[in-house]
Design a protein around this ligand. Structure first.
Ligand code: SF4
Ligand code: SF4
Ligand code: SF4
Ligand code: FES
Length: 982
């Protein structure tokens, strides 16, 4: 600690603190425009000048030392602050009253007021550039840009898309996209970081423009006139009275703009943010306080909300009659559902019904769905879509460390000195987690190893990139474990103290020599040895993995091999270490956590444990079934076997996302009674007998659990559209019509019940989750949570982890002479999954209008294919017609097809082979034959897609270049301390 005096008040502080934070925390009022706590010191604006021991210094960059005397208000400091801000105003036209950014949080406005600026000494000077309106989501107005560089800092060092820069050497600097492209044609991925941090109206969400203010929807000519008038009176009245008018207007806005916290509805990162709305119009998404994301979002969370007010939302229940659907009242539809489910239960028994919960819906909704299945129907036939992705990772962790969740937090991934990514396209599937890795790798020397069969963005950034043959990760991972053990590089102290089963495990590694691993995987031995060395030298390693591992016939075993490797190298129990199976959907973790699984009651409590059942039986006042139910995969088989008569499914597009989709859809058609609950008439609805309109996340309350086991509340942003109900209410109504007596008035009451029955969630309550507060399970009764698991031992009775032997078996559906190409599949950044939600945002559709198949340049040459050539892909199970995209992201005879299509879904091609442990489909083990069709169309990815851009990587905004300009001098001429960012 050091002692410093700020404006005469002596404080004891940590020397690594930033002076600006210290001043802000103490309620001080030194102006600062470019500083943002999540960006660090940018040092472009010079408005934060303070006097330290007689010298002028930027408060955002000053290093604290013992005995410092700091004055924020000395005449010298204030003069420098005003001079600096004057320069800023010369770059910005103050027309606050007619500005959509006049919402009380405009930093330029607020600083003008703070410094009591009455007149501008340096007149406004227009920049010789047009407004850039080309991006569908946001626009840049150079005339309003104060060149603070926050956007550049955010794009270069937080998002690390490296699109933005400022041409400091130009006579008229401005923000540049790809060094001078239009926004639309640049590498910009529309993540919105830059717009979020812009301190004024230079970068604005288009949904704000003309909507936020009372006077901002006026025609441009009228607006210009008003701006002229304001400018005209300024010399006489000064800014003080003009600002008063704009503040009155801003205050009026508070009554009609609502700001409601929610959690993103798309991927499992768990970004949270305020949604600004005016009536049903979404003005903007404002990320700031999210514990997982801070200022970060991706294109979907920031701009992908077109589905909310889409005209094709379902707004009334539908009943199939005579092969067609007709509209029905809620009373009629619910009555029919209850009658038919009851009748099937009586006639064919409880196990002839099954329930599929949604990983898009809330924890409380999954809980009620499994309660309906178990307590009202009497079956354990309940599952969720983690069966399609995450179950193998969960199984691998259950086997080895005890909890089926990420062992730490995103902050641990950020802090690790080595990150290994296996089979995950993190930059597209979990974009905000990817930003943390990219940033640590770029700025903090974090090392990155990526194994993937496709050269995705993370692979391109990696220090070591492994391209194994499809489905062979288990071999090289196990070989590295063996190599570490054989060469004295394993963490023996950790193994001795915390791990059991070493001898048996070591024996199981006998076949996994480096030579054998290289043969099986195709990765050279030297590369594997390099990886082993990097692991042994790392102080803290995290391994991230996803569908490239789990969606294989050995998905569980490979996940186990990952966890084994973490144990062998001692990478659990400490910050910056651990296992991170990245959860795909926003609440896929929570759906399983809350019992939407055929073998587990909420909190992973086994259905065959009498003590557990007893607790739930007492709580629910029913007798519960004790045998494991059917999982999703088995449900489809049971339909074909005539054992399953009815399914009630909500929020899942199962006829597209399950493997061997034709087979699944034909199965649905055989059901006696099929209920589908969704917000749109999905492809799966086509097979339903009753369709019920649910509500999207913005129209309801509840909680989601993200990949880092973080439980967060979402608040109701908008009333449900007339005719739609929150899903928990629908489930409750069905249960009650079948004789239950549920009376939940609010999801918080459901959570209270969950906490009372589930030790893992004992301390979870809506009060403890208020606003941006969150909890990472397990949560003790006193509310203590565990951001980092296993700090006191592993989740087994003896507190020790278990090494679990696995062996290499081989892949299914391998290529042969007929089906000669391997087909990989996965997500795209812009679309979520099949695109039912994201295709309803026009800007996303414009950027990424269609599905495609990626073909390597060498295969394209061999087969005479160019981007836009139509091809027919034929597998052993089905066929699709799709356009080719030639790209070196894929190599040789490996193809990649994203999932973003309902018309040509990749799952028409995938097989019914599954992971041997969990029945998760082996989606990634698919072979196809490719027929090249005569037709050649446009490239399926338009030129305006970010993938065609040319980023301009640099470290932040490079303010040193500004300081070198001939016309730059530090304000007050007294600046001595120029410091680069820590
Ligand atoms: S990628 Fe685009 S939206 Fe994201 S910070 Fe960079 S310029 Fe802004
Ligand atoms: S556009 Fe960028 S440089 Fe210009 S004011 Fe906004 S954040 Fe600052
Ligand atoms: S999709 Fe994922 S990364 Fe993107 S904003 Fe939503 S939670 Fe964050
Ligand atoms: S806040 Fe801009 S230089 Fe310090």
């Amino acid at each position: 600690m050091v002692k410093v005096a700020i404006d005469g008040v002596v404080q004891e502080v940590r020397p690594e603190e930033l002076l600006i934070d210290l001043i802000n925390r103490g309620g001080g009022s030194v102006p600062h425009v470019c500083y943002h706590p999540q960006l660090g010191p940018v040092q472009t604006c010079d408005t934060c000048m303070v006097e330290i021991d007689g010298r002028l210094v930027r408060a955002c960059a000053a290093e604290l030392s013992d005995g410092m005397k700091i004055s924020t208000k000395s005449a010298k400091a204030v003069a420098a602050q005003v001079e600096a801000f004057d320069r800023i105003l010369s770059n910005h036209l103050l027309y606050c009253t007619v500005c959509d950014n006049n919402n009380g949080n405009c930093i330029v406005h607020n600083t003008t007021k703070l410094l009591a600026i009455e007149h501008q000494r340096i007149p406004f000077r227009s920049k010789p550039y047009e407004v850039d309106n080309t991006n569908p989501f946001y626009r840049y107005d150079p005339d309003q840009c104060i060149l603070c560089g926050r956007c550049v800092e955010a794009c270069q060092n937080v998002e690390v898309n490296e699109t933005l820069s400022i041409n400091w050497e130009d006579p008229n600097p401005r923000v540049l996209w790809d060094g001078g492209s239009t926004i639309q044609e640049s590498s910009c991925v529309s993540c919105g970081h830059c717009v979020t941090v812009c301190p004024c109206n230079a970068l604005m969400e288009k949904t704000m423009l003309g909507h936020a203010g009372f006077l901002t929807s006026l025609k441009k000519s009228a607006l210009s006139g008003m701006i002229e008038i304001v400018k005209g009176v300024e010399p006489e009245t000064g800014y003080g009275s003009i600002l008063q008018v704009s503040e009155a207007e801003s205050a009026m806005r508070e009554h009609r703009i609502r700001k409601t916290k929610t959690v993103c509805t798309y991927c499992g990162v768990g970004c949270s943010f305020d949604v600004w709305t005016k009536d049903r119009h979404i003005l903007k998404v404002a990320p700031e306080h999210g514990p997982a994301n801070g200022i970060s979002t991706c294109i979907k969370g920031k701009f992908g909300w077109g589905h909310i007010n889409s005209e094709d939302r379902l707004t009334t229940p539908l009943i199939r009659e005579g092969g067609k659907f007709r509209q029905a009242s809620w009373d009629e539809a619910l009555g029919l559902v209850a009658r038919r489910l009851s009748a099937i239960k009586v006639n064919d028994g409880p196990d002839s019904l099954a329930f599929i919960s949604s990983s898009k819906c809330t924890n409380e909704e999954s809980y009620l769905m499994q309660k309906l299945a178990r307590a009202v129907i009497g079956t354990n036939n309940v599952d969720n879509c983690s069966r399609y992705c995450q179950s193998p990772a969960t199984a691998g962790l259950f086997r080895t460390v005890g909890y089926g969740g990420d062992s730490g937090s995103i902050a641990d991934v950020e802090a690790a000195d080595l990150v290994m990514i296996v089979g995950s396209n993190t930059a597209e599937s979990h974009p905000v987690i990817a930003t943390r890795v990219k940033s640590s790798h770029k700025l903090n020397g974090q090392k990155l190893i990526v194994s993937d069969i496709r050269e995705n963005e993370m692979a391109r950034r990696a220090d070591v990139f492994l391209h194994p043959k499809p489905g062979t990760d288990i071999a090289w991972l196990s070989a590295i474990s063996r190599y570490l053990l054989d060469n004295g590089l394993a963490h023996s102290k950790f193994l001795d103290q915390w791990v059991t089963g070493l001898a048996e495990y070591r024996k199981s590694l006998e076949p996994f020599t480096m030579e054998a691993a290289a043969r099986i995987s195709g990765v050279p031995e030297d590369t594997l040895k390099t990886v082993a060395r990097m692991i042994s030298e790392a102080k803290a390693m995290c391994i991230l993995w996803a569908m490239g591992v789990t969606q294989h016939s050995q998905g569980s075993d490979t996940s186990t091999a990952i966890s084994n490797l973490l144990l062998i190298s001692g990478n659990y129990m400490r910050p910056g270490t651990g296992a991170y199976p990245l959860r795909g959907h926003n609440n896929v973790q929570g759906a399983s956590d809350h019992g939407a699984m055929p073998n587990m009651l909420p909190g992973y409590q086994s259905v065959d444990d009498p003590e557990v059942r007893q607790r739930f039986e007492t709580g629910w006042k029913v007798k519960l079934p004790s045998t494991k139910g059917l999982d999703n995969h088995q449900m489809v088989e049971a339909i074909y076997e005539g054992k399953l008569k009815s399914i009630y499914l909500f929020g899942e597009e199962m006829s597209i996302v399950d493997c061997n989709a034709n087979y699944v859809a034909d199965g649905f058609a055989k059901l006696d009674f099929f209920v589908v609950q969704d917000i749109f008439f999905s492809n799966t609805c086509r097979y339903a007998d009753v369709v019920l309109p649910g509500a999207p996340s913005l129209e309801k309350e509840g909680t989601f659990t993200s990949t880092e086991r973080r439980i967060q509340r979402l608040y109701q942003v908008l009333e449900p559209i007339e005719g739609c109900w929150p899903d928990w209410k629908i489930t409750q109504e069905i249960a009650n019509r079948m004789g239950a007596d549920w009376s939940y008035q609010h999801p918080s009451e459901i959570m209270d019940e969950i906490a009372s029955l589930t030790p893992m969630f004992a301390g979870v309550s809506y009060e403890r989750l208020e606003g941006y507060k969150s909890l990472q399970w397990p949560v003790a009764a006193d509310g203590t949570d565990e951001p980092l698991l296993y700090t006191q031992g592993f989740a087994f009775p003896d507190g020790k982890a278990k090494l679990f032997p696995v062996s290499w078996i081989g892949v299914t559906d391998a290529p042969d002479s007929k089906f000669d190409l391997h087909l990989n599949n996965g997500r795209l950044l812009e679309h979520f999954h099949e695109g039912n939600l994201t295709y309803r945002t026009e800007g996303i559709k414009e950027k990424t209008p269609d599905v495609f198949v990626e073909v390597s340049p060498e295969l394209a040459e061999e087969r005479g294919i160019q981007s836009g050539t139509w091809v027919q892909l034929v597998s052993r199970y089905g066929q699709v017609r799709v356009r080719a995209l030639v790209t070196d992201r894929v190599k040789g005879r490996e193809l990649y097809m994203p999932m973003n299509s309902v018309e040509s879904p990749v799952n028409r091609l995938t097989s019914s082979h599954t992971d041997r442990v969990t029945n998760t489909p082996a989606y990634k083990e698919t072979s196809v034959h490719m027929n090249v069709l005569a037709e050649v169309g446009e490239s399926p990815l338009p030129r305006i897609n970010s993938r065609f851009g040319h980023p301009t990587p640099q470290n932040g905004v490079q303010v040193e270049r500004k300081w070198k300009r001939a016309d730059y001098a530090p304000p007050g001429n007294g600046l001595v301390q120029l410091q680069t960012k820590k």
